[in-house]
Every structure is written in C-alpha cells, then in structure tokens.
Design a protein around this ligand. Structure first.
Ligand code: ZN
Length: 299
C-alpha cells in the first residue's frame, strides 16, 4: 500500500506538472468500475458534480490525496492497497486504454490497470488535454467528492502528521504514553500517527533496533527517542528518493521510486541483515507481517 512517502511523492509531482494541473478543469470522466465512487453518491451524480470544477490546490493528509476544487468541493483519493495516480495521455483502443507516448506509462504492466480516468482541460490554446488516471490492480481505492464539512469529518479521525514541525519528540512520547499495544501496530494505527504502514514501520523499527512486538508501555525514553529519530529519518529519505516501488506503486509519470535499494528488512526475510549478518525473519502480527532482524531487534 502506498504510504506517506509515496502519497507525498504523488502530491509533489502533481504540483510540479508541466503544463500545470493547478487551474485545470475536469471536463469528463470514465470508469469501468463504478463502485470506486463511494456511496451514497452514484457514479452519475459524481460525474455531474465534478464536471466543470477547477483544481485549486493538491495536498496530502495521511495517505489521502486531496484535490481542492472550485465550488468548495474536495476530491479525495485514497489509493488503498494497489492504487496509484498517473498523469498522461491515453486512447481507448478496442476497449483498452493505450498510452499515447512510449515510456513507463505504456511499458510498465503496473500502469495498465486503468479503472478511472479524468480528462483535464488546462485552458490553453490550443488545449493540452491531459488525463489523470487511476491504475488499481485490486480495485480497492476510494474516491469521494466532499464538501467542507464532509471533508472535515472524513479526516477527523487521523492522528498527527509525523513530519510536521509541531510533532516533536515530546509530543510523540506523550502520544505513546496514552496508548497500549505493540509498537509496530501503534506506528501503523492511522488514528495515532497518520501515514505509516507496513513498509515504514518495519524499516523504522530496524533502524531504531526495536523488536516490532515490544509493548509500548515497556519502552524507555532512550528507545522512544530512537524510534522517533528513525521514523523521521526514514520517511524523509523515502520522500527524497520518491517512494518504494517493490510492489505496484509508481510515480505519476509511471516511473518507479528509488527506495528499493535502501530497504533493510521489509520483504527481505531469509536474507542477511546488512548490519550484523543475521537472517531476517518475518512474523505474523494481527494478520499483518512484520520483518525484523532477531539479533539487532531483540524481544
Ligand atoms: Zn541485524
């Protein structure tokens, strides 16, 4: 699942496109999977409402991509398990979308699961109509058009952003003090901290040398400090290299992110720990798996 660094990469790329998508207008929409639009809105209602709206701002909260639109509406896209947004030009050929320009959009199979397409008019003359596309292998992505109140409600359960300046070590420590559970689960709980999932919780805990099953009530101040520092370091690094593409995540250009060679434990079970040479293990925790080094990260 795309996590904070991947979603942040998409948002930063969307804010830098040439021609810019800021100011562009939604002129049409296509889908072959109407359930992607969250009820109670039907696809027809959604289509009617979004047509003519202009993009004013693109930002991120947790793992949500938020397009602020004219008319006080926000298009929320949560890519969930296997979704990622792409920007380009496609044509429908015999019922299949074909990217018009050679490159990763046309060539990487992960960019071919196109189930939702938006046509954008940037108002230029002649118009350079771009398309915003959602490639989603397993079709779990969530797409919603919300007014201000609905958006507020939707985001209200999310915990703080780990990279915000206001999220200091003191605040992190306090957050943990009021919670119970194993550190890996706590880091992944979106209501406690927003944006971290399986990849970056594993990588953070390896960096901090903390076992993923440690109870947070038993962590001492020094250990909490190590987790906080590792979390900041790993997330910043992952954003810098544009995310992790071991699975299906791709940038809006269709290219892969560069975190893969930096990955220390996530999906590396059976390989040697780069710090001590011990074989990395994978264990199950509440239906999810945790990857760790049994020597560096003692229980
Ligand atoms: Zn190790």
């Amino acid at each position: 699942m795309p996590e904070l660094p991947e979603v942040e990469t998409i948002v930063r790329d969307l804010n830098k496109t040439q021609p810019p998508i800021l100011g562009a207008e939604f002129i049409d929409i296509w889908t072959d999977f109407r359930k992607m639009i969250k009820l109670p809105k039907t696809f027809e209602q959604f289509k009617k409402e979004i047509k003519g709206k202009k993009i004013q701002k693109v930002w991120r909260r947790g793992k949500n991509i938020l397009f602020e639109l004219s008319g006080n509406k926000t298009l929320l896209i949560h890519q969930k398990l296997t979704g990622h947004l792409l920007l380009g030009k496609w044509e429908l050929e015999k019922g299949e979308w074909k990217a018009k320009i050679p490159g990763p959009l046309a060539e990487d199979p992960m960019n071919r699961f196109l189930h939702l397409m938006f046509w954008l008019d940037d108002g230029r003359h002649p118009p350079t109509t771009q398309m915003l596309a959602l490639s989603d292998l397993r079709k779990f992505a969530k797409v919603e058009l919300l007014d201000q109140e609905e958006l507020k409600k939707e985001l209200s359960s999310l915990g703080p952003e780990p990279l915000e300046k206001s999220f200091t070590f003191e605040k992190f420590k306090k957050t943990l003090e009021s919670k119970k559970g194993k550190i890996k689960q706590v880091l992944m709980d979106q209501t406690i901290i927003a944006g971290i999932g399986n990849i970056y919780s594993d990588e953070t805990l390896w960096e901090a040398k903390i076992h993923p099953f440690r109870e947070i009530s038993k962590l001492n101040e020094g250990e909490i400090k190590r987790i906080y520092g590792a979390m900041q370091k790993i997330l910043k690094k992952a954003i810098e290299v544009k995310g992790e593409s071991i699975s299906d995540f791709r940038r809006i250009s269709g290219e892969k992110g560069g975190f893969d060679p930096l990955r220390k434990v996530y999906r590396r079970e059976g390989q040697k720990c780069s710090r001590c040479g011990t074989i990395i293990k994978r264990i199950k925790l509440a239906g999810r798996s945790a990857h760790f080094c049994p020597n560096c990260q003692k229980a």
